[in-house]
Design a binder for this molecule. Structure first.
Ligand code: ATP
Ligand code: MG
Length: 431
């Protein structure tokens, strides 16, 4: 036998029955996005490398060490598998002038790629669902996005999710804070770890979200960006808080929440759970008013979030709603292969009438005994078995047998008009 090939490390297959949970989550998201009038956008998985270098900032974890970048051998283009999708959405919005007729609310779902050390809740191909509101300047849309995420946690039955918010102000305010911050960190240079020393002049704000326990007391004593905000930035922050308060959305202000990417300003936020260990951030976002201009578009304010699907589903498994398993309404049992043409014709009509029907199909040894077919019918989760037995077929009928509620109850139905009894298969039991 040939050597077995396996998937790339840190990249997972999502197969049944587990994939049903993914579809269920996606369906909840589609329903909610429609309620908030967010529309779907699909952008390529591969983008020019320059998009991320310019968009995310050169001194960020992603651009420094996590991107799958390569040169297209056929034409020498520098390409990158998208590590996130805000930059791609913004590129698409700018490229097609999508804001020409007003602001847009958009959402996406799909795989992202980051070369990180694989562990629980951290993969090299992972999936994000994101919502972006472009062309809106006020804190009302920041709040709308947070309310949308909260509604999603509720729909998924998640209980242990807390919200942290902060404001990063505007570039000028950050510059003033940065001077003080760098001076403070330089005064304590002996306490900086290697990462922090490297970032001290390139991206000192990021030092504040260090996970190094040895630096916690140092960063706790650092100058707080929020103390450097001017009137307009504070008003934006207060506007957001007022809406969250009015909606009973609990949050804490975390002055050290800075987010990993350069493009954020004003509101930033994260939804965090204590139930997933170190990988506790399930959703993160904020405002990025300068990004569109930064990648060459007409300036427009914008705000968005992205959630990590794997982490959210892990949390659903631990504490969320019961995810309905997929099962057909009926399973077709076929004692004699010669009746297959009639069976498929009947099933086709039932499916056209909206029924989920699984056909019993043979393996290398034929269709198998009735007993083994009934076992498979049971295992499929179907509520009914359709028995295409010789006696029934001779009368122009099929037997419909209940496998769950009222198991054993049976009725004969006409083969010449499957539509007339299709609806009965959608019921819980034979009436
Ligand atoms: P972290 O601090 O955990 O590395 P991040 O700040 O890099 O997260 P974002 O870029 O904000 O993450 O992405 C939004 C969400 O996507 C995260 O909150 C997380 O739920 C999810 N996520 C990010 N990276 C991964 C990954 N490698 N594997 C699985 N999920 C991820
Ligand atoms: Mg990361």
């Amino acid at each position: 036998m040939a050597d077995k090939l396996s998937a790339v490390k840190g990249m997972n297959d999502i197969a049944p029955p587990h994939s049903a949970t993914w579809e269920w989550l996606e369906q909840q998201v589609r329903t909610l996005m429609a309620r908030y009038a967010y529309r779907n956008i699909r952008t390529p998985i591969v983008e020019p490398t320059a998009l991320f270098v310019r968009g995310l900032g050169e001194v960020t974890d992603i651009v420094e060490k996590e991107m799958y970048s390569f040169e297209d051998k056929l034409n020498g283009e520098h390409l990158t598998l998208r590590p996130e999708n805000t930059a791609g959405v913004v590129r698409a919005v700018a490229e097609h002038s999508l804001l020409y007729d007003g602001p847009k609310r958009l959402y996406y779902m799909g795989p992202m790629f980051r070369h990180e050390r694989p562990q629980r809740g951290r993969y090299r191909q992972f999936h994000q669902i994101g919502a972006e509101a472009l062309g809106f300047a006020g804190p009302d849309v920041d709040a709308e996005l947070i309310l949308l995420a909260s509604a999603l946690w509720q729909a998924l039955g998640l209980k242990d999710v807390r919200l942290e918010i902060n404001s990063l102000g505007q570039p000028a305010e950050r510059r003033r804070h940065r001077e003080q911050l760098v001076a403070y960190l330089e005064r304590h240079a002996d306490q900086l770890d290697e990462d922090a020393r490297r970032r001290l002049h390139a991206n000192p704000l990021r030092i504040l979200d260090t996970k190094n326990p040895a630096m916690q007391s140092l960063v706790e004593g650092a100058p707080r960006l929020i103390d450097f905000l001017g009137e307009a930035s504070l008003a934006h922050f207060d506007g957001l808080r007022a809406i969250l308060d009015a909606n009973g959305i609990a949050y804490t202000i975390n002055p050290r929440l800075v987010r990993g990417l350069d493009y954020y300003n004003l509101s930033v936020f994260e939804f965090i759970t204590g139930s997933l260990g170190a990988q506790g951030t399930i959703c993160a976002g904020g405002r990025y008013d300068d990004l569109i201009a930064q990648i060459g578009g007409k300036p427009a304010p914008a705000v968005g979030w992205a959630l990590g699907v794997e982490r959210v589903l892990e949390l659903v498994k631990e504490q969320g709603a019961e995810v309905p398993a997929l099962a057909p309404d009926a399973y077709a049992i076929v004692p004699d292969a010669r009746s297959m043409p009639l069976v498929l014709k009947t099933l086709q009509a039932l499916r056209a009438a909206g029924c989920g029907v699984q056909m019993h199909a043979g393996g290398p040894d034929g269709l198998g005994s009735m007993k083994s077919q009934f076992k498979k019918a049971d295992a499929s989760g179907a509520r009914f078995a359709l028995i295409f037995g010789g006696d029934e077929l001779a009368q122009g009928k099929v037997a419909v047998k209940s496998l769950r509620d009222g198991a054993g109850a049976q009725a004969l139905q006409p083969l010449d008009d499957p539509r007339s009894w299709a609806d009965a298969l959608k019921l819980q039991s034979l009436a």
